[in-house]
Design a protein around this ligand. Structure first.
Ligand code: NAP
Length: 308
């Protein structure tokens, strides 16, 4: 593989930045990789596992970088920009990996120095694990990485970032930021909230029925608990920053839930059967699109990392 950037600075050293560091190193895609995280503890861990050249300030990490990756929770993007803006190299490309796009654009663009290229992005890849030890090189392999370029985005800067992402194994697509936020509200954000809720319900019930909920936990509930184990800070920020789209989808979800609830109450087996037949077809479509596997337990074998 050929080097795409001379120096890449990773701001935030968690699952996504860590996976990028591994993938870039494996592919020889960056001359140097520097990184910074807010806490000394995370920086020390990143140093111990030799994730990248770990710096003690964001300013030091970005100095001379031709690519800066904002890999912090979406609510921290503006704070990071205030720390790095005076230290950015001329002509730098800045991208982010946040799960919400419009609010990140609103947070970052006011801080951009003249001549900097900002290209928002979102890898559709993850696990319920977080922190610098959670990263691994193959996280992005065959996963989508959505880019939501602004109307005035420089085509050369965009093509170069695209080269880096595809060299890490991902497939790129472009999307308008507002559309991205709506699509992700359906496919990721609302499902996470539903999983958090279902686990919360079971937790209440556990207080009534002892340990049975844990002991006899079946596949459906276990999958909810995996999703509901995701990082609380990241997900708090996702909901606070994709408020409208998430509330829209949750409103629709509640309506559908009432329809099914009524069908159960009325004993309308035909309606339930028709509904489940339609949803089964969606599952088949996801497998055909290569976004999951037919294997039992969602392809998870003991010790294997699930793709989120
Ligand atoms: P993570 O593992 O929790 O890591 C977040 C990192 O950001 C930590 O190193 C944290 O440092 C650092 N950080 C937080 N606030 C900061 C600040 N103000 N200044 C500097 N560093 C700060 O998170 P992640 O899963 O990699 O997620 C990072 C971004 O990717 C988020 O925007 C998320 O929405 C997005 N994303 C996540 C997934 C996923 O499944 N996890 C998938 C796609 C996109 P400390 O440890 O010192 O606090």
């Amino acid at each position: 593989m050929t080097q795409v950037y001379d120096k890449v600075a990773l701001i935030g050293l968690g699952l996504i930045a860590g996976s990028m560091a591994h993938a870039m190193r494996e592919g020889g895609l960056a001359g140097r990789i520097t990184g910074y995280a807010r806490s000394a503890e995370t920086r020390d861990t990143a140093r111990q596992i030799a994730l990248c050249e770990v710096c003690d300030s964001a300013a030091e990490a970005v100095a001379g970088a031709d690519l800066v990756v904002l890999a912090v929770p979406v609510g921290a993007m503006a704070d990071v920009m205030t720390q790095i803006t005076p230290h950015l190299a001329p002509g730098v490309t800045i991208t982010d990996v946040g799960s919400v796009k419009q609010s990140v654009i609103d947070a970052v663009t006011p801080h951009l120095p003249a001549g900097a290229h900002f290209i928002p992005g979102h890898p559709l890849a993850g696990t319920e694990h977080s922190g610098p030890r959670a990263g691994f090189a193959s996280l992005f392999r065959n996963r989508w990485w959505l880019l939501t370029p602004l109307p005035d985005t420089d085509p050369d800067a965009l093509a170069r970032l695209d080269r880096l992402i595809t060299a890490m194994g991902a497939k790129t697509d472009r999307m308008d930021a507002a559309h991205h936020d709506l699509v992700l509200a359906v496919t990721s954000h609302a499902p996470h909230l539903i999983a958090y809720t279902m686990v919360g319900v079971a937790d209440h019930l556990r207080r009534v029925s002892g340990e049975e909920v844990i002991q006899y936990s079946a596949a459906g509930f276990r999958d909810f608990t995996r999703i509901a184990a995701s990082d609380p800070t990241m997900w708090r920020d996702v909901f606070l920053h994709n408020k409208e789209a998430t509330l829209d989808i949750l409103g629709r979800f509640t309506e559908e839930l009432f329809v099914l609830q009524r069908a159960i109450r009325m004993g309308d087996g035909q309606q339930l059967h028709d509904y489940f037949t339609r949803t089964r077809a969606i599952r088949r479509g996801i497998i055909e699109a290569g976004q999951d596997t037919e294997a039992p337990d969602f392809g998870r074998t003991p010790g294997a990392r699930p793709a989120g």
